[in-house]
Ligand binder design. Structure first.
Ligand code: AMP
Length: 219
């Protein structure tokens, strides 16, 4: 299955993508994760992306498209992939279309996580991430067993710089201005499936698995 997860920051795309990827052994490609790793490693891409990410702005299209094209060329994507957080602009969407077309492929479905601003803000402001393994927690809904310590690897939990209040507001504004238009872009192609991003993790996962079965993406 080849899927795109579309929706505002804090819609739960990453959490669902991780769960689906594990359950159905399909590669999860998060441009946010790839870029954060690049920043951490101080690579050339990371150096160029950092200032945009810190402010909650989009990293320039050319850079992100290059990252995704390189990632999709790796053999582990042959059985399918979930693109989480990409595309985010029309330019990225058309570039993805033409890249896939070259390989004779299309996207099976675009899952749109329709999410209220209230939910997005609550999820982002309470999110805590493990510095070591990247696992996600939440100060209210998904607390670690020991305060600020990762259950999985005992790494230290921290709040992402761009999950702080001012940056969250900008990210939501940027989403409305530059990404929300993709809902109509994919709707007009008949590939959009809307799910309610306000549901809890298990509720949303069940809905998606039901849909994948209906579509015969899985058996
Ligand atoms: P995310 O983890 O998906 O919320 O992404 C974190 C940050 O990475 C975003 O606020 C952007 O600065 C950058 N980013 C991730 N994906 C993209 C993309 N497709 N286009 C531009 N910037 C991106």
């Amino acid at each position: 299955m080849r899927l795109i997860f579309l929706g505002p920051p804090g819609a739960g795309k990453g959490t669902q993508a991780k769960a689906i990827s594990k359950k159905f052994k399909v590669v999860h490609i998060s441009t946010g994760d790839i870029l954060r790793e690049a920043v951490k490693n101080k690579s050339e891409i990371g150096k160029q992306a950092k200032a945009f990410m810190d402010k909650g702005d989009l990293v320039p299209d050319e850079l992100v498209i290059k990252v995704v094209v390189e990632r999709l060329a790796r053999p582990d994507t042959a059985e399918g992939f979930i693109l989480d957080g990409f595309p985010r602009t029309e330019k990225q969407a058309t570039s993805l279309d033409s890249e896939l077309e070259k390989a004779g492929l299309t996207v099976d479905s675009v899952i749109y996580f329709d999410t209220s601003e209230e939910t997005s803000v609550k999820r982002l402001s309470g999110r805590r991430v493990c510095k070591n393994c990247g696992a996600n927690y939440h100060t209210i809904t998904m607390r670690p067993k020991k305060d600020r310590v990762c259950d999985i690897c005992a790494g230290e939990l921290y709040q992402r710089e761009d999950d702080k209040e001012v940056t969250v507001k900008n990210r939501l504004k940027v989403y409305q201005q530059q990404t929300a238009g993709l809902i109509d872009y994919y709707k007009s192609r008949g590939s959009l499936k809307t799910v309610c991003g306000d549901l809890n993790v298990d509720g949303l996962l069940n809905k998606m698995v039901e849909f994948f079965k209906e579509q015969s993406f899985i058996r």
